[in-house]
Design a protein around this ligand. Structure first.
Ligand code: ACO
Length: 319
């Protein structure tokens, strides 16, 4: 049987840090409100001349070095992003060029905060089907460009960054299973409802959301999809070594762990330092936990995400 396994991880955070104290000077908010409602203390903000593909280049180079693969070995590129460099070509094609990767399929996945989960599941299927041997899978976002910096209810929540993995062919899983869902009836609850028409922006090109609805929905599906992944593979919650949930809000992460009966010691949380980096949040948290030695060979790791669409999902991995 053909499977895929994670051969290397990488991540990148822009140099500039925006603290809660900085935000206090920009909008009517407080460090105390942001920390107690979200757990966030700071987030990174991309420089004016940095694009999502630039963040992706840095994360990808780290992941390829960790995997011991060269640009010429990569035969599939999938980039998950809600903030592409331009409308087209895809950020994956731009990344391919910047990394000097030759002819191979390259495309973007748009599933907002669950984008990396969708991209990883897709790359795994390409590898299992024998269509490629070494896939570069990236989540990269510059949310600072789609935030209304006068709207305190959204601008304090997000940050910029990128995370990447190299998936390679393996005789053993690796990726055990993936579970993807979407319910478009929630499409207006969390959206950037702007579009471009005749050279002008039509509608609001900023993140809009009904925070409470998102909060309740996220807690429900983040629990459900963990049970789904475990049940399909005859595992128990106690078998999980590490849960890496989407990093939107520490209260969502704590509630999910509590409902699952999973101790927080087994949950990777980076939202305090990164804010919500959407499609980049899971691979960023994954890379940090791999590099600091928490995730070790043989561990059972559950990655999960939820976001606009609504779209959500999980990938179960044997490290
Ligand atoms: N600073 C100070 N006060 C604020 C701020 C702020 N930055 N933002 C909102 N408030 C005020 C509100 O105006 C409101 O004031 P009022 O009571 O006088 O009307 C009060 O705080 C409470 O507002 P709520 O929206 O009820 O606060 P809540 O406790 O629900 O927290 C939050 C809001 C943090 C957005 C929460 O609903 C949440 O995290 N939701 C999930 C949304 C999310 O994470 N979205 C990211 C994308 S989706 C995803 O990644 C899953």
């Amino acid at each position: 049987m053909r499977y895929s396994k994670v051969a290397g991880t990488g991540s990148y955070l822009p140099e500039k840090i925006l603290t809660n104290q900085d935000l206090e000077r920009m909008v009517d908010t407080s460090d105390e409100w942001i920390r107690t409602r979200t757990g966030i203390t700071q987030r990174h903000i991309a420089a004016d001349n940095e694009m999502a593909s630039d963040l992706a280049v840095n994360a990808s180079c780290e992941a390829m070095a960790a995997a011991g693969v060269k640009a010429g070995d990569i035969d599939l590129i999938i980039v998950a992003t809600t903030t592409p460099d331009v409308i087209f070509p895809s950020t994956a094609c731009i990344l391919q060029d910047k990394l000097g990767i030759g002819d191979c399929p390259a495309f973007d996945v748009q599933a907002v905060c669950s984008g990396f989960i969708y991209a990883l599941a897709t790359a795994d299927m390409f590898i299992r089907a024998g269509k490629c041997n070494a896939a570069l899978v990236v989540g990269t976002e510059i949310y600072s460009r789609i935030l209304d910096w006068t709207d305190r209810s959204t601008c304090v929540l997000f940050g910029d960054g990128a995370g990447a993995v190299v998936l390679t062919q393996s005789d053993q899983p690796g990726i055990i299973s993936s579970h993807l869902h979407a319910d478009g009836s929630y499409s207006k609850i969390l959206a950037v409802p702007g579009s471009i028409c005749g050279g002008k922006v039509r509608g609001k090109p900023f993140v809009m959301m009904e925070g409470n609805v998102v909060f309740k929905f996220a807690i429900k599906v983040l629990e459900d999809v963990v049970h789904e992944a475990l049940a399909e593979n005859n595992f128990q919650v106690s078998d999980i070594d590490w849960l890496i949930p989407h990093q939107a809000n520490i209260r969502i992460i704590i509630s999910t762990a509590k409902k699952l009966g999973l101790p927080m010691e087994k949950v990777v949380a980076t939202v305090d330092r990164h804010g919500n980096t959407s499609a980049a949040s899971v691979p960023l948290a994954l890379d940090i936990a791999v590099r600091d030695g928490r995730i070790k060979s043989g561990h059972l790791v559950l990655l999960e995400g939820v976001g606009g669409g609504f779209a959500w999902g999980a990938v179960l991995v044997r490290w």
